[in-house]
Design a binder for this molecule. Structure first.
Ligand code: SF4
Length: 397
């Protein structure tokens, strides 16, 4: 597996595959072709279907600035991946200088037709959560200790990730008004935080988790800076659970960073063996994986054994299997924002459920990842970030 840096990326929302990845591709192309006078870009498949709502056009233009850009939208996907982009650099006489086809494969990562942009740096010798669990049993150490062993320098980056998550939460908590994009969706986070103050017990907990997840997800939907966990669209789940437990349990920063490391291992296993792209496997790969990451982090913070941590992650993902991606108007707003809130609530419940057991269970997390990948590939493209099916199709004002 690659570094946790490849999973937790810091950048502008609202979409890691439709905004962050395309901006990065545009920046790479501009750097490679400084002699270009202008650039034609064709967005294929899901990027064309939901790119306007996901601000893909703005991301490409800002990545190529100051070059003039002509965009073409082609909803037919290329055979290699649903999120394809073709860049053509032209000289001052409009003659083509270079062509580049690249794919935004989820979480802000890019791939060319023949493979990764550069040789992946495999920091972790392990590929599955089962192998990591075995390592914890053999060494008697917690999951996060594997991160310490394999990339000890990553802690300062994880601190930056946590600070970004907190900043997004704070900004989203205080923002008011309507989200951009045309749905006229009112922000809810601020009102939910206010409401939470008058509540007690489980109602207060639900309100605080939901409010925190909404704050980050609304910030993302407005194009704010967030940390992917594992994607932009699902970026509210992990921070909401961590922030809630930090306050509720009086946790210190090292506890949070270790929980983030364990969450990162869980997300990285999915990224390595399946996909975290809604265009490839539906929302189970985004919100489902975010829930698994947050559940694992919560189980660790609540004192769970590595087996209970693995079980919490398994519950978090298993009960999102089959979740479709059908964003209305192609915006990362409905159902995405509310989905973050419910996944945060479920993640904490999953951790508590796992802690009721001794950690033994029938279906492993790795098996659920395999099922998720298979299910995702069996889903018609209508339900994989094309805004052609489900809510996007039947919703009428
Ligand atoms: S429905 Fe899920 S996968 Fe699709 S854009 Fe929204 S958060 Fe991402």
């Amino acid at each position: 597996m690659e570094s946790l840096r490849e999973l937790f990326r810091i950048g502008m929302g609202p979409s890691s595959s439709h905004t962050m990845g395309p901006r990065r591709a545009a920046e790479i192309f501009r750097t490679r072709h400084p002699q270009a006078a202008c650039v034609h870009v064709t967005l294929h498949g899901s990027l064309a279907a939901t790119g306007k709502g996901h601000l893909t056009d703005q991301a490409i233009q800002s990545g190529l600035a100051p070059l003039p850009v002509t965009l073409h939208w082609d909803p037919t996907p290329l055979p290699q991946h649903p999120n394809g982009m073709t860049f053509v650099a032209l000289d001052a006489q409009d003659s083509p200088l270079a062509t580049w086809t690249v794919f935004s494969i989820g979480g802000g990562a890019l791939r060319e037709a023949h493979g990764a942009l550069s040789q992946p740096d495999l920091v972790y010798p392990k590929r599955s959560l089962g192998e990591i669990l075995t390592w914890t049993q053999e060494t008697g150490r917690p999951m996060w200790a594997l991160v310490d062993d394999m990339e000890p320098e990553v802690w300062s980056y994880l601190r930056q990730v946590w600070q970004t998550m907190r900043a997004a939460l704070t900004e989203g908590k205080h923002a008011e008004g309507v989200l951009p994009g045309g749905l006229n969706l009112q922000r809810k986070a601020k009102a939910f935080f206010a409401r939470a103050r008058s509540l007690r017990g489980s109602a207060r907990r639900t309100a605080l988790l939901a409010a925190a997840a909404l704050a980050v997800a609304e910030h993302n939907a407005s194009g704010g800076v967030i940390a992917t966990a594992p994607t932009c669209g699902s970026a509210g789940v992990v921070p909401a659970v961590l922030a809630y437990l930090e306050k509720d349990m009086g946790l210190k920063e090292p506890d949070i960073l270790r929980a983030l490391a364990t969450a990162g291992l869980v997300g990285n296993v999915v990224r390595t063996n399946a996909s975290i792209s809604g265009a490839e496997v539906g929302c189970q790969g985004e919100i489902g994986v975010a829930c698994a990451m947050a559940a694992a982090a919560a189980a660790q913070l609540l004192g769970g054994t590595p087996a209970q941590v693995e079980y919490a992650a398994e519950i978090g993902l298993e009960h999102h299997l089959g979740l479709t991606c059908d964003p209305i108007l192609g915006l990362v707003q409905v159902p995405c924002i509310e989905r973050n809130a419910f996944a945060a609530i479920r993640a904490l419940s999953a951790a508590e459920y796992a802690l009721l057991s001794d950690g033994r269970h029938l279906v492993s997390f790795d098996t659920v990842v395999e099922a998720m990948q298979q299910t995702g590939h069996d889903l018609p493209s209508l339900y994989r970030e094309t805004s052609q099916g489900g809510l996007a199709r039947v919703f009428r004002r």
